[in-house]
Each structure stands twice: as C-alpha cells, then as structure tokens.
Design a protein around this ligand. Structure first.
Ligand code: GDP
Ligand code: MG
Length: 245
C-alpha cells in the first residue's frame, strides 16, 4: 500500500474526558489527514459530550463518535470500530488508547511503515521500546503473558499483548474481527496471531508505553487469566495454514 490515503485512528474510551480533550488535537497535529473514531461506553464522566463539543468546534468532518449504552469491553469496541471503518472504506485502521500511554508522535512512523507492511505493531519489547511508570507486578504479568503466548502459539511477536497497532483494510477484511470473541490481552493476541497465520506481513517498531497520566486502569487479573487459557483455544482454532480457515 502507498502511504495510507484514508487512515482512521480508533480510540475506545471509558472515563477519558480529560485525556481525550488533549489527545484529539495532538493526533491531528501529527497529520491533519487522519480521522478519529471514538467509541465510548456511556462514560459517567461524560466523555461523549466532550467529543460532541470538539465536533462543534470545527472537526466534525474528521472526528466521529460511536456511543454505546454501557461498558461492553475493549475487544467489542474495536470490533465495532473496525466494522465502522471498513464500511466507510478507510484503508488503514489504527488501535490507540485514550490515556496517553500510546504516544501520538509514534503515529507518523506507523503510517510510514504501512507503505511496506500489511500490519504494523507498536512494540515495547524490542530495542528502543519500553514501559514507564509500571510497577513490578504489571511488568511481570505483561512479560509473562508475552512469553507464554509465544511458546504456546510458537509465534515470533516480541510484543503480543500490546494495543497500539495499525491494520490495512485487507487484513481486517480477511480476519473478520466480528468472529473474534476475546477481550483485553486475548483480543490483541488473537488479532496478531490470526493475521500472521493468514500470511500477512508485519513490522514491529519500538514504542515507549507510559502508564496513564490520570484516571484508573481497567486492566485486571481476570483479563490476564483469560489470556492464559484463550491462547490454547487460538492455537487449535487457527491451526490451519495461510488463508485456509
Ligand atoms: N469503549 C470502551 N473502552 C474501554 C473499555 N475498557 C477500557 N477502555 C479503553 O481502552 C483503553 C485502554 O484501557 P486501560 O484501562 O488504560 O487499559 P491498560 O492501559 O491496559 O491499563 C483506554 O482508552 C480505555 O478508556 C470498555 O469497556 N469500553
Ligand atoms: Mg492504559
């Protein structure tokens, strides 16, 4: 693909009003051609209203909002976002957190890599990448989940669980994300594994993940635990070779 002509940044939100108000202009500053889709799950802090206000302030042609009636999870938000983007013919769809853990400046590199690869993975675990403000437990869980997934799935992603990734429309059409049932860590693992098994090319590039500046993480032990048994499910579900399932 040439430099994506229609790229969409998809941002699921739950109580991210403050973060989002600063993040949206920062993303447009990286490349004014980018479009943004916020998927909000009825955040009590009225994140959705903040998006409507920004739309009224002049970005209604490139900032969009999907409001859902209640908290339905990160995986299902992305599935809905991918579907929304594919229906509107975006050619590169990016997953990004609202809490500044993912640096908007890294979008430029991701978009450049989209020229050469079918999907692009922001990676904390290659040279130049890392995490900031994580406690020992969080580090341990993330590292272990990555190593465990690599072993079970016999796959080479350095950062299997990360959530800052970009996908060409072709990859997502082939994956059919609406068929995925997992959430959290498992969702990120399954997307990458499935795309790789389908024979699509990818690049990992280093990112520094900074723990949220404000608000609370929704990451839980249960989400990590889900990933432990899910990877076995993925291994058998997607065991057929490239483009066969
Ligand atoms: N729409 C939606 N967004 C969510 C949900 N859970 C988390 N998010 C968003 O997903 C992103 C990552 O969540 P976060 O709690 O920061 O997870 P962590 O970075 O892994 O600790 C943030 O933008 C959250 O607001 C959810 O149930 N629905
Ligand atoms: Mg976060």
């Amino acid at each position: 693909m040439l430099y994506p002509s229609r790229a969409l940044v998809i941002i699921p939100t739950y109580n991210e009003r403050e973060n989002l108000c600063h993040l949206v202009p920062a993303i447009f500053a990286v490349d004014p051609r980018l479009h943004i889709l916020v998927i909000d799950d009825a955040s009590p802090d009225r994140t959705a209203e903040a998006v409507c206000e920004m739309q009224k302030e002049g970005c209604d042609t490139k900032l969009f909002l999907l409001s859902r009636p209640g908290k339905m999870g990160l995986g299902s938000a992305y599935i809905q976002g991918f579907k929304w983007g594919l229906e509107r013919k975006y050619d590169f769809l990016i997953q990004m957190d609202a809490d500044w853990s993912h640096n908007p400046g890294d979008l430029a590199r991701m978009l450049r890599l989209a020229n050469e690869y079918d999907f692009v993975v922001g990676s904390r675990y290659i040279a130049g990448g890392g995490t900031v403000n994580w406690g020992i437990w969080r580090k341990l869980i993330s590292r272990s989940a990555g190593i465990y997934s690599r072993l079970v799935l016999r796959s080479g992603f350095a950062d299997f669980t990360g959530g800052f990734n970009g996908w060409s429309d072709e990859v997502l059409e082939a994956i059919r994300p609406e068929m995925l049932r997992s959430d959290g860590y498992s969702f990120q693992i399954e997307l990458k594994y499935r795309a790789d098994r389908l024979g699509f090319t990818h690049a990992e590039f280093p990112i520094v993940f900074t723990e949220r500046r404000s608000g609370k993480s929704k990451m839980s032990f249960a989400i990590a635990l889900e990933a432990c048994w899910r990877v076995w499910q993925f291994r058998f579900k997607h065991r057929n070779g490239p483009r066969k399932f």
